[in-house]
Design a protein around this ligand. Structure first.
Ligand code: FMN
Length: 350
C-alpha cells in the first residue's frame, strides 16, 4: 500500500499543475539598484540553516524512498546533489522504520554522495527513537518533521488523529542528536503555529506553502475523486506564509521557504524575505526524471547564475545583504498581511 502510494505521488506530481495560485511571489516586488557596488566573482551564495553550512541556498526537498523503484530516483537526486552542492532531504523514512528491507532505497544517497549534506524526514507522529534511527540511517545533519493534515484528510487511508503532535515534536527535539526542522508539505504555516514550534525548540521552519505541489489535488487524482474547488485552494500562499513565520522567529531559528519556488526571481525574493534557504521538490524531480541528471545539472547552473544576476540588480553581494533589501508587498498579499497586523513598511523601507 505505502509503496504504491509513493509511486502514485511521483506519477501525479509530474502530471498535476502547481496550485492553487501558481506564483505566490507575484505581489512581492524587489527594487532595482542602479549603482551596485559589486564584482560578479565576489558574489557569495553560501548560507547556513540551524548551524549547518550550505554550499548554496537550495535544498532538494523531501521526495521519496521506501521502495526499490524509487531508490533509483533517490540515486539520481543524490547525483544531482553531488554535482550541484545542493543539500538533499529524503522522503519520509517511515517505510524503513516499519520494514528494514527498504533501507537501501534511502542509504543509496550516502553511497553516491558521501560528503553531501543530507536531511532525514519523518512525520510528526514519529517516536523520538525512530527519529534518531532515521538520522543514523543516512548520517543526516538534521531531521525534517513534516506536517500534512490536508493531505491526510484527502487520503481514505490517511491519519484521522492529529492530537499531541506539538508535544511529540518537543520530545523529538529533546531526544534527537541533530537540529529539528519542521516543514509543511504545501498548505503553509501561520504565525501562531510557528510560535508554538519555536517554543517547542525547533531550529528551522520550512513554510511549505501553497503555489507548488498540491497534495489535495494529487490525492484526489489518485482516487479519481473531484473535491470541491475551495478545498483544492486550501492553504497559505508560500510568500505570505514566509512573512507570517519570519515575524516570530528568534535569531537562532531559521526560515526556509518552499512550495512553488520555480524561478530564480522566486529564490531571490524568498531570501529577501529572510529565508536562509529555499526548498524545491517538483522542479528537480521533473528535471531528473524527464531530462536526466546531466541536463538537470546544466539547468541548475543556469538557474543559480540567474539568481546571481538578480543579486547584482538589487545590489546584494551575499545572502545576509539580500535580507536587507527593500521588498514592496502589494495586492492580495498586502491586504492579507495588513489585516493580520503586519507592518509592511518595515519591508518596503529598509
Ligand atoms: N514532503 C515530506 O516532508 N515528506 C515526504 O515524504 C514527501 N514526499 C513527496 C513526494 C513527492 C512525489 C513530492 C512531489 C513531494 C513530496 N513531499 C514530501 C513534499 C515536498 O518536500 C515539498 O514540500 C512540496 O512538494 C512542495 O514543494 P514544490 O512545490 O517545490 O514541489
Amino acid at each position: 500500500m505505502r509503496q504504491s502510494r509513493k509511486l502514485d505521488h511521483i506519477k501525479y506530481s509530474l502530471q498535476i499543475d502547481d496550485g492553487p495560485i501558481a506564483n505566490s511571489f507575484a505581489d512581492f516586488k524587489l527594487i532595482h539598484h542602479c549603482l551596485p557596488d559589486l564584482v560578479w566573482d565576489e558574489l557569495d551564495l553560501t548560507s547556513a540553516v540551524a548551524g549547518i553550512a550550505l554550499a548554496n541556498p537550495v535544498i532538494i526537498n523531501a521526495i521519496t524512498g521506501g521502495a526499490e523503484d524509487v531508490g533509483a530516483i533517490n540515486a539520481r537526486l543524490a547525483e544531482f546533489a553531488k554535482f550541484t552542492g545542493c543539500t538533499m532531504a529524503v522522503g519520509s523514512q517511515f517505510a524503513a522504520i516499519e520494514n528494514q528491507s527498504v533501507e537501501p532505497s534511502y542509504r543509496i544517497i550516502r553511497q553516491i554522495n558521501p560528503q553531501g549534506t543530507v536531511f532525514a524526514n519523518l512525520g510528526a507522529y514519529a517516536k523520538p527513537e525512530h527519529a534518531q534511527r532515521a538520522v543514523d540511517m543516512i548520517e543526516a545533519s538534521a531531521i525534517q518533521i513534516h506536517l500534512n493534515p490536508a493531505q491526510e484528510m484527502m487520503m481514505t487511508e490517511g491519519d484521522r488523529d492529529f492530537s499531541g503532535y506539538l508535544r511529540n515534536i518537543a520530545h523529538i527535539v529533546k531526544t534527537v542528536e541533530v537540529p529539528v526542522i519542521v516543514k509543511e508539505v504545501g498548505c503553509g504555516i501561520a504565525r501562531e503555529q510557528a510560535q508554538s514550534l519555536v517554543d517547542a525548540g525547533v531550529r528551522a521552519i520550512d513554510v511549505g506553502g501553497t503555489g507548488g505541489a498540491n497534495f489535495v489535488a494529487i490525492e484526489a487524482a489518485r482516487k479519481n475523486f473531484r473535491p470541491e474547488p475551495e478545498l483544492l485552494e486550501w492553504g497559505i500562499p508560500t510568500a505570505i506564509s514566509s512573512v507570517e513565520v519570519d515575524q516570530v522567529l528568534p535569531d537562532n531559528v531559521d526560515l526556509i521557504v518552499s512550495g512553488g519556488i520555480r524561478t530564480s526571481l522566486d529564490v531571490v525574493k524568498a531570501l529577501a524575505l529572510n529565508g536562509k534557504a529555499v526548498g524545491l521538490a517538483t522542479p528537480i524531480l521533473k528535471m531528473i526524471q524527464q531530462c536526466g541528471v546531466e541536463q538537470a545539472v546544466n539547468w541548475f547552473n543556469g538557474f543559480i547564475e540567474t539568481v546571481q544576476k538578480y543579486m547584482v540588480l538589487v545590489g546584494a553581494k551575499d545572502i545576509p545583504a539580500l535580507t536587507g533589501v527593500p521588498v514592496v508587498i502589494t495586492g492580495y498579499s498586502a491586504q492579507w498581511l495588513t489585516n493580520r497586523g503586519f507592518n509592511l513598511e518595515k519591508y518596503a523601507n529598509r
